[in-house]
Write a protein that binds this ligand. Structure first.
Ligand code: NAD
Ligand code: DAU
Length: 351
């Protein structure tokens, strides 16, 4: 069946993988990619599908109500897969308003526009909201986040994502707007902006720069290969139940220090450096304010109801990821030049 689908944030890390998967897998769909091209968005991430006949890039801001309304009026999208967001916790600590504006108000603009064009007939329409496990807050040493874990966001980023999730559910309840939400754990893989742990540390190891570990380094994250997230989004978009939430994660918990140790070992080998060289770069720095101790996702529902499982182990995914960054130094150099230098100085030289 032919559909016109709007993917937001498709020039960012996860969005680029989702856009590419949909454009290649569904030639019968018309895929529009709406992205404001903030510091995190980069057209190089989607270069290989730029000229596909079922694809169009639209530069625009989800905060711009008039622009969003006229775009939806004109294009009358059957589906929206909404990924555009401010996504970095550290930036949300220094500039929370940017997160409220894009993540909360921007999401509301999309919901209003989607409701307004279809409110007489929502048949076969879907608003897919891509969210995060951080809305559930922080775990102690045991337990997992399930779809019914109460929301308890603790950073401006996670609070803004939680607010947007609540708005999506409220539109479902109030206007019968058909939606699905997925809450995913930490992603890693190609095209991730190197302000996030894994690409930042790969970049620093390569350049013999220190590896800034926040606090005691015993914070725990549950890591998922980005291509497996994109596949889960495809499955949920097509087979998920309207009005439901799906947690996505790989049952793959690592303390930051253990992960960094593994990364250092891999990098020593790939860069042909004596064992232990990269680990010497580890430097403990001031902790992130309000740092969530542990995230861990229970993805049983997605596995049992839709049959999704991750396609790679963490070691395989990390190996591919390290290779990608080493083979794509030009991409890294491009995104770390200019404004990023200022951010890095401000963020790390005072920690
Ligand atoms: P990212 O920061 O790499 O990309 C975000 C994209 O959104 C960029 O291309 C940016 O230009 C665009 N964007 C930002 N503000 C915009 C605006 N006002 N209008 C239009 N476009 C705008 O983020 P990501 O890591 O790819 O995350 C994508 C989504 O997935 C986010 O909603 C995030 O909350 C969620 N998520 C991320 C992770 C993760 O580990 N990275 C895990 C779970 C959920
Ligand atoms: O859980 C999903 C979330 O994962 C997503 O919703 C967010 O968009 C994404 O950014 C990510 O959030 P985290 O804060 O967990 O990711 P980050 O890569 O920033 O940090 C991972 C862990 O590493 C965290 O405990 C903080 C720590 N860290 C991070 C950086 C950048 C360091 O110790 N040093 C660093 O320099």
């Amino acid at each position: 069946m032919s559909k016109k689908i709007l993917i937001t944030g498709g020039a960012g890390f996860i969005g680029a993988h989702v856009v590419k998967l949909f454009v290649k897998k569904y030639p019968q769909y018309e895929i529009h990619n709406l992205d404001a091209l903030t510091y995190a968005g980069n057209l190089e991430n989607i270069e290989d599908i730029a000229h596909a006949s079922n694809y169009k890039f639209i530069k625009g801001d989800i905060k711009d109500i008039d622009f969003i309304n006229s775009l939806f009026d004109k294009e009358r999208y059957d589906g929206v897969i909404h990924l555009a967001a401010e996504s970095h916790v550290d930036r949300s600590i220094s500039n929370p308003n940017a997160f409220i504006e894009t993540n909360v108000l921007g999401t509301a603009n999309l919901l209003n526009a989607f409701r307004d064009i279809h409110q007489d007939n929502f048949k076969d329409k879907l608003f897919y909201h891509v969210s995060t496990d951080e809305v559930y807050g922080s775990l102690g040493e045991t337990g997992l986040f399930t779809e019914t874990t109460p929301y308890d966001p603790k950073s401006p980023y996670s609070a803004s994502k939680a607010a947007s999730d609540h708005m999506v559910r409220a539109y479902g309840n109030t206007y019968d707007l058909p939606f699905v939400i997925s809450n995913c754990s930490n992603n890693y893989g190609s095209y991730q902006f190197p302000e996030k742990l894994i690409p930042l540390f790969i970049h620093n190891i390569k350049n013999n720069k220190s590896l800034p570990v926040y606090g005691d380094g015993k914070y725990t994250r549950d890591w998922l290969f980005v291509e497996d997230h994109a596949k889960a989004i495809d499955l949920i978009f097509h087979q998920g139940n309207v009005g439901e939430t799906y947690n996505i994660g790989g049952f793959n918990e690592w303390t930051n220090l253990n992960l960094i140790q593994l990364l250092c070992e891999m990098m020593d080998e790939k860069l042909d450096r004596p064992k232990g060289t990269s680990a010497k770069l580890i430097t403990f720095v001031k902790d992130r304010a309000g740092h969530d101790r542990r995230y861990a996702i229970d993805a049983t529902k997605l596995n049992k109801t839709l049959g999704w499982t991750p396609s790679v182990t963490f070691e395989q995914g990390l190996d591919k990821t390290v290779d990608w960054y080493l083979e794509n130094q030009a991409w890294l150099e491009n995104v770390t030049s200019g404004a990023y230098q200022e951010y890095y100085k401000k963020m790390y030289e005072t920690s």
